[in-house]
Design a protein around this ligand. Structure first.
Ligand code: WQD
Length: 340
C-alpha cells in the first residue's frame, strides 16, 4: 500500500502543485482544507493531471475535533506537509489575531495529533520572510533570523521555534523546514495554477491579469531602490520545482533515520531578478506587453533578497531548473485557461 501523506491547505497554490508531485511519486494523498482561500474545483485539476483524485476532507485544522475526525477517517497517515496558513503580509498587519490564531493554532493541533496517530514527520512551509532585510545576498540557512516585519512573517518564525521546541522535548517526530523564496508560475498543463481571490497582492498574478486585460495596468512599487534598475530584487522560483523539493524532503524524512530530527533548507534558484526584469521576461516569453507605471514604494517591502541554495542542492540533491521564460509561459497559459 502506498504511504499516506496529509497535505493541509492542499487545494491552495503550492499545496495543489505539491499534491500532484506527491501522487506522481507514488504517494497517496489526503487533503484537508477549509476552502477559505481556495476552490474545491482544484481537485478536478489535480485529477486531470494525475488520473487520480486525492482524498479530500473539508475542515479547519484550528478545530481539534475536526482534525481528530480527519485522522480517524484516514488511518495510516505517515507524513504531513503543512501549507494551511493565512499568507498575505499586508493583511496580517491589520488582522494580527486572525494570523496568530490560524497559523499557530493549525500547527499546534497538528503537532499534538502526530504522536497520537503515528505520524512520523512534518514538512513545514516556511518562508524567506524569516530573514527580514538581509545584510548580504545570497542568503544561506546560517543567516541571522531578523525581527519579523509583519505578523505573517512572525507566525513563520514562531512556528519554526514551536517545531524546534516540540522535537527538543523528545516528541517522537521529525521535521524539515522549507524556507521558500518567491514561488511563481503554474503547472505546464494549465490545469492548476495560482488563483488569488480578489485583487492579487503578489506580482505575477497581477502581471498575468494585466496582460489579460483584467487589470488596467501594473504598478511597480518603486524604482528608487539601491539596485541596478531601481526596482526590488527577488528570487523567483518555479512552483513545480518548489513542489518537487517537498517530495524529496518527505522521502528523506520517512525513509531514513540517519538525519537530524530537524533540518532547514532554503528553496530558491540562487538568482536575483528585479521586478522590471521579470516583466521583461514575461513579455519575451509570451509576446504580450504588460502596461505598467512606476508608483510609490510598498510599505514593508524588502529591497533585495535571493537564496544561496547550495545546501538544498547538495544535501537534498534538488535544484530549481525551470527557466524563467518557461515559468512565465506557464503562468500565461494558466491565466488564458481561466477565460474558458
Ligand atoms: C514581489 C515584488 C513588490 C505586486 C511574497 C509574500 C511572502 C512570500 C514570498 C510566502 C515586490 C513588487 C508586487 C505589484 C509590484 N510568500 N510588486 N507590484 O512581497 O516578495 O513576498 O512572496 O511565503 O510572504 O509576501 O512578493 O509578489 O508581493 O512582491 O511592484 O502589484 O514585486 O514591491 O518588490 P513578496 P510579491
Amino acid at each position: 500500500m502506498n504511504e499516506n501523506i496529509l497535505v493541509t491547505g492542499g487545494t491552495g497554490y503550492i499545496g495543489s502543485h505539491t499534491t500532484v508531485q506527491l501522487m506522481e511519486a507514488g504517494y497517496d494523498v489526503v487533503i484537508i482544507d477549509n476552502l477559505s482561500n481556495s476552490n474545491v474545483n482544484v481537485l478536478d485539476g489535480i485529477e486531470a493531471i494525475t488520473g487520480k483524485r486525492p482524498a479530500f476532507f473539508e475542515g479547519d485544522c484550528t478545530d481539534m475535533k475536526t482534525l481528530r475526525r480527519m485522522f480517524e477517517q484516514n488511518p495510516g497517515i505517515k507524513g504531513i506537509i503543512n501549507f494551511a496558513a493565512s499568507k498575505a503580509v499586508g493583511e496580517s498587519v491589520h488582522k494580527p489575531i486572525l494570523y496568530y490564531r490560524n497559523n499557530l493554532g493549525t500547527l499546534l493541533n497538528l503537532l499534538e495529533c502526530m504522536p497520537e496517530f503515528g505520524v512520523k514527520g512534518i514538512v513545514f512551509s516556511s518562508s524567506c520572510t524569516v530573514y527580514g532585510e538581509p545584510d548580504n545576498n545570497p542568503i544561506d540557512e546560517t543567516a541571522p533570523i531578523k525581527p519579523a516585519t509583519s505578523p505573517y512573517g512572525n507566525t513563520k518564525q514562531i512556528s519554526e521555534e514551536i517545531i524546534r521546541d516540540v522535537i527538543t522535548s523528545g516528541a517522537p517526530i521529525k521535521s524539515i523546514l522549507l524556507r521558500y523564496f518567491n514561488p511563481i508560475g503554474a503547472h505546464p498543463s494549465a490545469k492548476i495554477g495560482e488563483l488569488p481571490l480578489g485583487v492579487p497582492q503578489n506580482l505575477v498574478p497581477y502581471i498575468t491579469q494585466t496582460a489579460a486585460g483584467i487589470r488596467k495596468e501594473l504598478t511597480v512599487f518603486g524604482d528608487d531602490y539601491n539596485t541596478p534598475d531601481g526596482s526590488c530584487i527577488r528570487d523567483f522560483i518555479d512552483v513545480n520545482d518548489l513542489a518537487k523539493a517537498h517530495v524529496i524532503a518527505m522521502k528523506r524524512m520517512l525513509d531514513s533515520d540517519d538525519h537530524d530530527k530537524l533540518e532547514v533548507f532554503n528553496l530558491g534558484t540562487g538568482c536575483g531578478l528585479s521586478v522590471l526584469q521579470l516583466i521583461n521576461a514575461f513579455e519575451s516569453a509570451t509576446g504580450v506587453k504588460v502596461p505598467y507605471k512606476i508608483g510609490p514604494r510598498r510599505e514593508g517591502d524588502i529591497e533585495k533578497i535571493w537564496a544561496d541554495p547550495k545546501k538544498a542542492n547538495e544535501v537534498l540533491g534538488w535544484t530549481a531548473e525551470t527557466p524563467i521564460t518557461d515559468t512565465m509561459a506557464n503562468a500565461w497559459r494558466w491565466q488564458e485557461s481561466l477565460k474558458n
